[in-house]
Ligand binder design. Structure first.
Ligand SMILES: [Zn+2]
Length: 295
């Protein structure tokens, strides 16, 4: 047995050498290296994924310290008030597990040419985002270019309930708009709004415009770990055992419950109708959208 096979022999025992080879030849893009993404990346590397691009434009901040796996306390300098680029930590984590991994670092927004090009060439994109606006763009891009999109979301609500969900968008049959709970259209609209529109809306609500941005809600390490691992499980099943993979899983943490949601075929969704239309879907129009500040 080669040393590569020996490294993986405990999991080859589960999904076979062929399954292992499929995982190793899958091109993956991870969008977002935060609370969820920091749990996903090491698991992908441990499974044996060797071609990964990480899209993340932010730096590590003090409020990230409660939940980011693989980050060190010293990745944020308390005296200077500055943190490491998250993509640099992504590289440290990935290469620490597998020095041979081919990891491309894209320190840029999702709405950038670099990120779009990486996603178009991928087999699977894993979304670990904190905004339904960004999810909406990634949803459309993945459908238009026939890239399987596994989207992860975790949430803690003000009434003390908490949970999340895993959605798998593929083959133009069910997407984040038409499966499960859909997307928060107010959040999508705000994400796509320009500065003037946001300022006007903030005045209406009597708040500052930063508070309209998503991504600063409550978040905790164990919940992210559960959602990320369920997402990696679906990633693995999609590649090695598709008949047992799911399209939409709801996790309700306060009830200790995971439920599988049925996806209707051919439901008349506009976004799903963009399947494999590539440039004709005109997803490139988003390349001018600016990411909103948070944290
Ligand atoms: Zn749809």
């Amino acid at each position: 047995m080669s040393s590569a096979n020996k490294r993986f022999n405990r999991q080859i025992a589960i999904f076979g050498l062929q399954g292992q080879e499929k995982i190793q030849s899958t091109k993956v893009v991870l969008v977002g290296f935060g609370g969820l993404g920091t749990f996903v990346l090491p698991q992908l590397c441990l499974l044996g994924v060797r071609d990964i691009a990480v899209v993340e434009h932010e730096t590590f901040s003090e409020t990230n310290r409660n939940r980011y796996m693989g980050f060190l306390h010293s990745d944020f300098d308390d005296d200077k008030g500055t943190g490491f680029d998250k993509v640099m930590v992504a590289e440290r984590v990935a290469k620490g597990i597998d020095p041979e991994v081919n990891i491309k670092l894209i320190k840029n927004k999702l709405e950038s040419r670099d990120a779009f090009d990486a996603i178009k060439r991928a087999d699977i994109v894993v979304g670990c985002l904190d905004s339904d606006g960004a999810r909406s763009i990634l949803n459309e891009l993945s459908i238009a270019y026939d890239v399987t999109y596994i989207d992860l979301a975790s949430e803690v609500f003000v009434d003390g309930t908490f949970g999340g969900r895993i959605a798998v968008v593929k083959e133009g049959n069910g997407c984040l708009h038409c499966m499960g709970y859909g997307l928060d259209q107010t959040e999508v609209r705000r994400y796509l709004a320009d500065e003037t529109q946001l300022e006007n809306e903030a005045k209406v609500y009597g708040v500052d415009k930063e508070s309209l941005a998503a991504g600063s809600g409550p978040s905790v390490v164990d919940l992210n770990g559960i959602i990320a691992s369920l997402g990696v499980q679906e990633f693995k099943l999609h590649i090695t055992d598709p008949k047992n993979s799911s399209r939409y899983l709801n996790y309700r943490g306060h009830l200790k419950s995971i439920t599988k949601v049925q996806v209707d075929e051919d439901n008349g969704c506009y976004c799903c109708s963009l399947y494999n239309k590539k440039l004709d879907a005109n997803v490139e129009r988003y390349l001018g959208v600016k990411a909103k500040p948070k944290d």
